[in-house]
Design a protein around this ligand. Structure first.
Ligand SMILES: [Zn+2]
Length: 258
């Protein structure tokens, strides 16, 4: 793990997923825990001996490969509801199911108190029904998982993802409440996603990206932007569409154009 700011460490796994260890005075949390089966706890214990809970940004297995090592796993109640339906779809990825007995639900606005440091759960749904970002007002940081992508696209061509109009609504609601966090640094779930040889410049998530994403949804819904067809293994017929506007990029299915 590499330290990236005061009491925050980042872990890139071998599959391109990125997790974060956030340490307070009395507790620590791991935000997502990679797709690797672990063990991840020895890496954490090199940094802190405080109790460590796992906070999941959303219910996709590339973010919870090592979850069983955590006594307490927290996930948005809406993704817990969707979990039974989603896990079989992703079974081919080879990640063990989330251990239900260790799983706790939180809702929008839930505060995780780490001692001298608080993380606020703020829903930014759409990629999954319960996608959540964790806001650290002390360190002025937002841990965003896959809610708006990681610099290239947000992947909406996955089971249980919202329609574009519903996603637009989530983005607008988040934009409305997040003005106090406008200058915060964003830490996303796949740090290396952008610039895979396509010559694209990385667009780290930020408030301006959310504004562009709203416009992009509007343009696609109005038919003024039509994405390029791409193959997507989790799309219903294997085909999705990739579109960009400004800082924003999205991969969506035809059935989501409503
Ligand atoms: Zn995801």
């Amino acid at each position: 793990m590499e330290q990236i700011s005061a009491m925050v460490w980042r872990y890139h796994d071998a599959f391109g997923s990125t997790s974060y260890l956030v340490v307070g005075k009395t507790r620590a949390v791991m935000i997502d825990c990679s797709m690797e089966p672990g063990p991840i706890m020895p890496r954490i214990q090199q940094i802190t001996n405080l109790p460590v809970d796992l906070l999941l940004t959303h219910a996709h297995p590339d973010h919870y490969g090592a979850a069983a090592e955590f006594e307490h796993i927290w996930m948005n109640e809406k993704d817990i509801v969707a979990l039974d339906e989603m896990e079989p779809v992703f079974a081919g990825m080879g990640v063990k199911p989330l251990p239900r007995a260790q799983l706790h639900a939180f809702g929008d606005g839930h505060v995780f108190d780490l001692g001298g440091r608080r993380l606020i759960a703020a829903e930014l749904t759409g990629h999954t029904p319960g996608s959540t970002v964790f806001v650290d007002e002390t360190q002025k940081a937002i841990f965003s998982g896959d809610a708006v992508g990681s610099g290239d696209i947000v992947l909406m061509a996955v089971p249980k993802a919202f329609t574009l109009s519903a996603y637009r609504q989530s983005l607008a609601a988040f934009l409305g409440r997040s003005a106090p966090w406008a200058e915060y640094a964003w830490y996303a779930g796949h740090w290396h996603q952008a610039d895979r040889g396509e010559g694209k410049v990385r667009n780290d998530p930020c408030r301006a990206l959310i504004e562009d994403m709203i416009r992009l949804c509007d343009e696609i819904l109005a038919g003024r932007i039509v994405g390029d067809a791409v193959q997507e293994s989790f799309a219903p017929d294997g085909v999705a569409y990739r579109a960009y506007l400004g800082r924003a990029g999205i991969v969506y299915c035809d059935h989501q154009k409503k």
